[in-house]
Design a protein. Sequence first.
Length: 172
Amino acid sequence: MVTRLRGLPSTRSAATVRPGKPATVLVVHGPNLNLLGEREPEIYGRIRLVEIDRRLRELGKELALEVETFQSNSEGAIIDRLQQARGRLHALVINPAGYTHTSVAIRDAVVALEVPVVEVHLSNIYRRERFRHRSVLADVVHGRIMGFGAESYMLALRAIRALVETARSVGA
């Protein structure tokens, strides 16, 4: 029997992972992350989003994960992409960026996926302005990784690999 923590989706993935086939992971980058490397490099670093995406796909191959990436500055576009992924996705890594603190709609779309989810942030939001300390996603994700710059994404992908393996063993 799988016991769910209150508010957390089951670790059982909505899509079935077939033996020998990589699990599909969607990585969603929220608003302003398209400006990485240019916007506030003292906080977010000098790495560009295309480089993060390249590194994620490369690490995904090593971990037997198929990585899809998506970035939007629009709350509605993020919700649309999450809804399109329902039933064919095995896990989600999401950096909701500025929507972390406000978007109940993105939170609801994340819950509807019913897959393992890791929330990621480049900076440690608890070392930033007080309004950034609250995440509306915190109680519906399996874990949160922050403060390691671009490496936060790589750590999240490794955590997702472990969650997918747990889902496979539970579903077996």
